[in-house]
Structure formats: structure tokens, C-alpha cells
Design a protein around this ligand. Structure first.
Ligand SMILES: *Cc1c(COP(=O)(O)O)cnc(C)c1O
Length: 235
């Protein structure tokens, strides 16, 4: 298989994994969207996946959106931001994305709101939660989320659509599962308390290695990189 065939074949394999996990969980495959996590992937290779029918991509670094923008400017797809967002990059990220999945602190929310007011725009966002308690990970601690939502409620340019997490890094699905359960429970409580709208149902969780577990626990978006594009080359 050449590179193009490999990417297309990998997407089919992921679709099958989604289907199998949905069957097992009694869910419909249409309830789960596939986001292509495209960090370090060349634009020509991203385009192969988009031409094959994928319509949602996510980058981790604003700089990479900027670098790839020219090459991908004619392709129609939805663009999310899934990396750690520095406040000095807010202005730039707004040029590229319709959704920020990594809203994880109050000063970021406030500065984002100020900029959106200035641009007379709104944006969709997910609240990122560190459900694995690993220090290396970004995201609010689970017990900080409700207070955070309370504080950002007046920031009406930011439309909270759901929650995002990176599960515990472990090959054992049963060790990863509590991360995903935690995110779902946080969402349910936030909706029940009226801290977010009843439509803020999105759960962005699950990656190449743990997407089945995430789907079983309610993921509505899985973010897949290496299982489609191969191992990342950071050079
Ligand atoms: C890289 C990345 C992914 C995809 O990871 P894979 O294991 O390559 O599928 C998902 N989410 C985030 C936030 C990422 O940075």
C-alpha cells in the first residue's frame, strides 16, 4: 500500500472500531464523530483524509495552523483547537478555528472573551478537565470545574458545548475508564445544575489507544492521530 492507500485504509479501520464499540455499548455509530488529530502531519496527508470524507480536524499549536493554512485553505472542514492555548496566541487562533476544546483556566476565558467582544464574534468551547490527575496534563481538576463554570457564565461570547479530556495513559482499559466516567459525570452535573445549557453534551475523549473505552463511556468526539497517520515525526 502506498501512503495514500494506507491513510484511507486506516480511516476504514477506525470506522470499524467505532462501529464495534458502538454496537457493544448499544449506541449508534452516528453519535460519535471522528476528529483527525493532525499535529506534525503534512498538509498533503491531511488533505488525503479530508478528500476521503473526514470533515473535522484539530491542531495543538497555533503556529501549525498558520503554517498549514495556505496549503489547506481551499478544503472545507471544521477546525478545532485541541492543544494548550497561551493567552498571547488568542488573536491568532481565532483566525483558524470555530471551537477551542482546551478551555482550562479563568484568565484564558476572560482574555478570550475580551478579544471576542472586540471582534464582535462568538466561539464554541469545551472545558478541558484533567481526569487522570497526572501532573503533566493540562485541564482543570475535576473539583474545580463547577466553580469555573460559574465564573465564566457571564462571558457570553463563549458558548460551552461540552467537555474534553485526555484519559490516563495506560494500556489497561480498566485503568483508563474512570477518567472517562469522571468526565461524563461532570457534564451531567453541570447540566443538571444549570451551569451550562442542556445542549452542552459533547464529550471529547478517546484517542488511538483508548477510543473503545471512551465510546463505551459516552464519547461524542474521539480524537485520533497516530492510528490514521502513523507515528509522529517531531523533527
Ligand atoms: C495527539 C493528540 C491526540 C491523538 O493522539 P493519538 O494517540 O495519536 O491518536 C488526541 N488528543 C490530543 C489533545 C492530542 O494532542
Amino acid at each position: 500500500m502506498n501512503d495514500k492507500e494506507q491513510i484511507i485504509n486506516n480511516i476504514q479501520l477506525i470506522k470499524q472500531r467505532i462501529k464495534n464499540a458502538c454496537n457493544k455499548a448499544g449506541r449508534k455509530a452516528e453519535e460519535v464523530r471522528l476528529l483527525l488529530a493532525t499535529k506534525t502531519v503534512e498538509p498533503e496527508r491531511i488533505k488525503i483524509a479530508i478528500d476521503a470524507g473526514e470533515k473535522l480536524i484539530g491542531e495543538n499549536r497555533v503556529q501549525e495552523y498558520a503554517e498549514k493554512f495556505e496549503a489547506l485553505k481551499d478544503v472545507v472542514c471544521e477546525r478545532h483547537f485541541i492543544g494548550h492555548l497561551q493567552t498571547n496566541k488568542i488573536k491568532d487562533v481565532l483566525k483558524y478555528v470555530s471551537c477551542i476544546q482546551s478551555l482550562d483556566r479563568i484568565d484564558l476565558a476572560e482574555k478570550l472573551h475580551q478579544r471576542l467582544l472586540f471582534e464582535e464574534k462568538t466561539i464554541d468551547a469545551y472545558v478541558e478537565v484533567n481526569t487522570s490527575f497526572e501532573e503533566s496534563k493540562h485541564g482543570l481538576a475535576p473539583d474545580e470545574v463547577l466553580e469555573f463554570l460559574e465564573k465564566i457564565k457571564p462571558l457570553n461570547t463563549i458558548h460551552i458545548k461540552g467537555f474534553m479530556t485526555i484519559g490516563l495513559y495506560d494500556a489497561d482499559a480498566e485503568k483508563v475508564r474512570p477518567s472517562f466516567i469522571r468526565l461524563r459525570e461532570i457534564r451531567d452535573i453541570a447540566i443538571a445544575k444549570g451551569l451550562v445549557s442542556a445542549e452542552a453534551k459533547e464529550l471529547s475523549m478517546g484517542m488511538s489507544g483508548d477510543l473503545e473505552t471512551a465510546i463505551e463511556e459516552g464519547a461524542t468526539i474521539i480524537r485520533v492521530g497516530s492510528a490514521i497517520f502513523g507515528n509522529r515525526n517531531y523533527n
